[in-house]
Design a protein around this ligand. Structure first.
Ligand SMILES: *[C@@H]1O[C@H](CO)[C@@H](O)[C@H](O)[C@H]1NC(C)=O
Ligand SMILES: *[C@@H]1O[C@H](CO)[C@@H](O)[C@H](O)[C@H]1NC(C)=O
Ligand SMILES: *[C@@H]1O[C@H](CO)[C@@H](O)[C@H](O)[C@H]1NC(C)=O
Ligand SMILES: *[C@@H]1O[C@H](CO)[C@@H](O)[C@H](O)[C@H]1NC(C)=O
Ligand SMILES: *[C@@H]1O[C@H](CO)[C@@H](O)[C@H](O)[C@H]1NC(C)=O
Ligand SMILES: *[C@@H]1O[C@H](CO)[C@@H](O)[C@H](O)[C@H]1NC(C)=O
Length: 442
């Protein structure tokens, strides 16, 4: 290329840039005309928009930052704001801006989008995140949007680190795309106070999230939280006010976990030693679930929320062991996957105090009758620990596995009815003390 060619190229580039920055002047003028800036004390009167308050341009006079925060600004955002193609930071948080969020798709340099605490009410563009592969932080919290679902184009925002969409009418299920293969940098996902439903997607287990906030969904998120077991980077988990159920999984791999809030859910089972033993914990909230067994004892440095309320701990003293009959029955419930029905009824430290399906003679448990309780799982060998047992009814459930040989050691057992227990409603015979007992179903 000759020198003159080079100069021509320079001139061309200069002209292109000049045209682009002229365009941007127009865009900025339109942006200004729709915002009520003067009462907010924002001075956008200079003829050169690059000299306006809270606006920054690059060497080519292209707008790179607009940061007008906490000024009480009213108005709405110019819909072609997405033409400011060199934008890196766009912030209007804590104002009173209404209308819709402009289509920002294709802003490939945008790193920070922060519009939380405004009055944006329209639907969010389905294009949000599309082509925005530099985007690192997004905050849209506390806006009265129309209901919207997760934009699938979020997979294009491959640099995303922080996604905060708290209290902003997000509806539907959590999409299965949060693995670190898809969003390798994502460390913070805050989706509290929305309308999400369904379960935790499996891909979360392959994410490197440090913060996961899903509290307060209407009506609720539900299902198991076993996927948390694999989320070893987690520092803060907040699942308060949902309908998650089942047991707390083994969280011993979460060596940085500080906050564990599962308040107001439907968890059952014992609080596992893998949680109480975590050295990193500072706050644990377990109130209003159906936890069973001994009240967990955490290290003194951990703040634990008052955990008695609806929980079914045997005693109110952390670490105090349960009555052996309670331990045996909880172990029996464990083999059935800690069903909610049992957790709700089997409360306190005395199984003879009207526990579902339990009959006693004095303080001896003589009958366990759990017919037709929609139980799944297996028959626990722990039945053998209730040595006063005379009768066990487990018919009409969906149990699998075999009858533990330990049961033959029960000295007083007369009836073991496990008919119709398998998923296929096969008729089983129980061999007890050498006798074959097949109930009425043989
Ligand atoms: C606004 O800025 C312009 C120049 O940028 C300045 O001349 C003017 O005095 C400022 N107005 C106020 C009210 O500060
Ligand atoms: C949720 O957002 C609405 C506006 O959409 C706001 O009025 C309300 O105060 C927010 N709630 C919280 C707890 O911040
Ligand atoms: C945890 O990860 C392992 C290995 O990737 C996988 O086999 C297992 O299913 C995961 N567990 C859960 C509960 O997601
Ligand atoms: C969780 O428990 C801690 C410690 O008791 C308490 O200070 C905090 O308020 C609780 N959080 C909620 C949301 O209840
Ligand atoms: C309870 O069981 C024990 C030991 O099997 C026995 O000695 C006792 O008499 C039983 N009590 C009642 C009320 O059946
Ligand atoms: C078992 O369940 C079936 C189907 O629900 C019912 O027809 C049958 O009467 C039940 N048998 C007993 C003994 O409860």
């Amino acid at each position: 290329m000759t020198r003159s060619h080079l100069c021509l190229l320079c001139l061309l580039l200069f002209l292109l840039n000049f045209a682009a920055s002229e365009d941007e002047a127009t865009t900025m003028y339109y942006l200004k005309s729709r915002l009520n800036l003067i009462p907010a004390g924002v001075n956008w009167s200079n003829p050169d928009h690059c000299k306006w308050d809270n606006v920054q341009c690059d060497a080519n006079n292209r707008v790179t930052r607009i940061q007008l925060n906490e000024k009480g600004i009213q108005g709405w955002l110019y819909r072609d704001l997405g033409k400011l193609s060199e934008l890196v930071v766009l912030e209007f948080f804590s104002n009173k801006i209404s209308g819709s969020i402009p289509d920002l798709s294709g802003l490939k340099h945008l790193q920070i989008l922060n519009l939380h605490d405004n009055l944006f009410s329209s639907s969010i563009s389905l294009n949000l995140f599309s082509g925005m592969n530099s985007l690192q932080e997004v905050y849209l919290d506390n806006n009265p949007f129309h209901f919207w679902g997760f934009p699938v184009a979020i997979t294009e925002a491959t640099s995303l680190k922080i996604l905060s969409l708290v209290n902003c009418s997000l509806a539907g299920t959590i999409p299965d795309l949060f693995s670190s293969e898809t969003l390798p940098s994502l460390v913070s996902l805050k989706l509290s106070h929305n309308y999400l439903r369904g379960g935790l997607p499996e891909s979360l287990g392959r994410s490197s999230l440090q913060q996961l906030y899903l509290d307060g969904q209407q009506p609720y998120l539900d299902g198991s939280i076993s996927v948390l077991q694999n989320m070893t980077s987690l520092v803060e988990i907040d699942l308060q006010g949902n309908a998650f159920s089942g047991q707390i999984p083994d969280l011993s791999g979460l060596q940085s976990l500080r906050l564990f809030n599962v308040k107001e859910n439907h968890f059952t089972g014992v609080v596992p030693p893998s949680l109480t033993g975590l050295k990193s914990l500072t706050v644990v909230n377990l109130t209003n679930n159906y936890f069973q067994g001994l009240m967990p004892l955490f290290d003194k440095s951990v703040s634990v929320d008052a955990i008695t309320n609806t929980n079914s701990f045997c005693l109110d003293t952390p670490g105090a062991p349960c009555d052996p009959r309670v331990d045996a029955l909880i172990s029996i419930a464990e083999s059935f996957g800690y069903p909610l029905k049992l957790a709700k009824s089997w409360r306190g430290n005395d199984p003879c105090n009207s526990w579902l399906g339990i009959t006693c003679s004095g303080s001896n448990v003589t009958v366990v009758n759990l017919e037709r309780q929609e139980l799944t799982g297996t028959i626990s060998p722990s039945f053998a620990k209730l040595t006063s047992l005379e009768t066990i009814f487990l018919s009409n459930n969906s149990l699998t596995g075999s009858i533990p040989t330990e049961l033959t050691t029960l000295p007083k057992l007369r009836t073991l009815d496990v008919s119709c227990v398998s998923q296929q409603y096969q008729r089983w015979c129980a061999k007890v003390q050498g006798k074959c007992d097949c109930g009425d179903y043989w």
